[in-house]
Design a binder for this molecule. Structure first.
Ligand code: ATP
Ligand code: MG
Length: 359
């Protein structure tokens, strides 16, 4: 058994998200063989621990098939990225905006459950409720009795800290003021609060920071997309034509400001009556999200059904996806999270720094 043989065995293994072989990715940066012991050094884009575990498993299984006696260690390190971050966001690896052209399509619900699903899988996650007109996340995360924790240094600099629930760090304008107060703020004040949210809150190290945006393609959305180094945006829609027109505007806005659209997600796609689980009613029409994704050549991230448990969870402050009984409905949200991670890794792979070749 030589290191060259092991290297050759490992090269055809495929990174599950990128669908590219480890060989083509240049991901194998060392193999050491000493007797029966093998050490494999891999470098991957954003190897969140479940991805590292899968690579570890695939490498070990491949080697074991040829060298059953080998004892194998796989060490996965993260490929470097050139992150341009403001000081407040220095430790944040990926910033993802959840947006929509139209109101009420389920952005906040998707953002809340996406954040919870990622945290449940072991990622470190923050959720920034950037909807300064109608903050929802304090309610959706059962934090509506909380206020913003903040401190002021001697030189007058204010630092804010997120609250936390279900392993997700949450910041919202709702922690600074009542929901009905937020709705009547105007112009410069709004801008001030918004700046505070994105520039003065210290998040620490996060794999993902999810932004729940207010609806539309107006000033706030433009300011955010220009001022924050977003990894990309997901656009939420419902299937009917009137919502799709707004999706087109959203995608065009992101294109204009050079933000990668990570995909379109269709919410409230269908209804399955609890007493007739074999039936599927397409209340708002069918296939609209998929076709608008095709039209703009962006990924389609999936369909989420309309279900009273989702609405109830949101109102009661419990992200529904965390319910152990969430079943196939929860799977739809978990699969969305997987698709998002895949698109983020694909994005980051093209933005990653090619490793130096050391001789
Ligand atoms: N898949 C779903 N099944 C059932 N109810 C849902 C679903 N998605 C969202 N809802 C409910 O629809 C309402 C609107 O959802 P949500 O607040 O997430 O939309 P939004 O796009 O963030 O709205 P806004 O534009 O006001 O910010 C909420 O009451 C929410 O609980
Ligand atoms: Mg909302």
């Amino acid at each position: 058994m030589t290191s060259e043989q092991i290297q050759q065995l490992l090269e055809p293994i495929i990174d599950p998200d990128l669908n590219i072989t480890l060989g083509a990715l240049g991901a194998i940066h060392g193999v050491e063989v000493a007797g029966d012991r093998v050490r494999v050094f891999l470098e991957a884009v954003q190897p969140l621990h479940w991805i590292a575990r899968r690579l570890d498993h695939d490498c070990k299984a491949t080697i074991a098939a040829h060298f059953p006696n080998a004892s194998v260690d796989v060490l996965v390190r993260e490929r470097g990225m050139q992150l341009q971050r403001t000081p407040a966001l220095a430790g944040v690896k990926n910033l993802i905006a959840v947006s929509s052209g139209k109101g009420g399509v389920g952005k906040s619900t998707v953002a809340a459950n996406l954040a919870a699903a990622l945290a449940q899988r072991g990622a470190s996650v923050g959720l920034l409720d950037a909807d300064i007109y109608g903050p929802s996340q304090p309610t959706m995360y059962g934090l509506s009795d909380q206020s913003m924790r903040a401190e002021k240094s001697a030189d007058g600099k204010v630092t804010g800290y997120p609250n936390e629930a279900y392993g997700v760090k949450v910041a919202s304008i709702g922690f600074v003021m009542q929901r009905d107060q937020a709705a009547i703020l105007r112009g410069p004040m709004l801008a001030g609060y918004f700046t505070m949210l994105v520039e003065q809150i210290v998040w620490g190290d996060l794999d993902f920071l999810i932004f729940d945006l207010p609806p539309g393609t107006g000033d706030i959305q433009l300011t955010l997309t220009q001022r924050i180094p977003l990894t990309g945006a997901i656009v939420v829609t419902t299937p009917q034509e009137i919502a799709l027109a707004d999706v087109r505007r959203s995608i065009q806005m992101f294109n204009k400001v050079n933000v990668d659209c990570l995909g379109v997600i269709e919410n409230m796609s269908y209804f399955v009556p609890p007493d007739m689980p074999e039936k599927r009613y397409h209340i708002f029409g069918e296939g609209g999200g998929r076709s608008v994704a095709q039209e703009f050549d962006v990924p389609f991230l999936g369909e989420l059904p309309i279900d009273v448990r989702v609405r109830k969870g949101a109102d009661e402050g419990f992200p529904f996806v965390l319910d152990p009984e969430s079943g196939s409905l929860g799977d739809a949200f978990r699969s969305l999270a997987e698709h998002v991670v895949r698109q983020v890794r694909i994005h980051n792979n093209s933005a990653s720094v090619t490793p130096d070749i050391s001789l």
